[in-house]
Write a protein of this length. Structure first.
Length: 133
């Protein structure tokens, strides 16, 4: 699936997205905190220029050994104010066949910071972020 375009996120459907988060994420954030953080991140990053799925991995048990089916998606992209954007999502299949989001990681290098980095520093940061190529 390398390079496959991700479907655009529908802006403003925060409640629907919140309902798909797993219990651990609900404990970590209230709906209002999560919504406000997501909206602030979108505002800071600016308009989406590109978003690509880089890798999809299916696991039959979690890294901790919990049985079940898990799907992990690595992605990259670019925004108007962040030329470097990458991360991953991990979902767990539920008894009804639906999936809940268990983990979400997004990493940005905003353009003013990126302008101060050498190519080597940028490559190192992408490695720290575990950006899929």
């Amino acid at each position: 699936m390398v390079g496959r375009r991700c479907a655009p996120i529908v802006i403003g459907r925060y409640r629907e997205a919140w309902q798909r988060l797993g219990p651990a994420l609900h404990k970590q954030w209230s709906f209002e905190q999560w919504r406000d953080a997501a909206a602030a991140g979108m505002a800071r990053a600016g308009a989406v220029r590109q978003r690509d799925m880089r890798k999809v991995t299916i696991y039959r048990s979690s890294q901790s050994g919990t049985p079940g089916t898990y799907a992990a998606v690595d992605f990259t992209g670019r925004f108007a104010n962040a030329d470097t954007y990458c991360g991953y999502l991990v979902w767990s299949e539920q008894a009804d066949g639906g999936f809940l989001l268990l983990r979400e990681e997004e990493n940005y290098i905003y353009n003013p910071t990126g302008a101060r980095l050498t190519p080597e520093q940028r490559a190192k940061m992408r490695g720290v972020f575990r950006c899929a190529e």
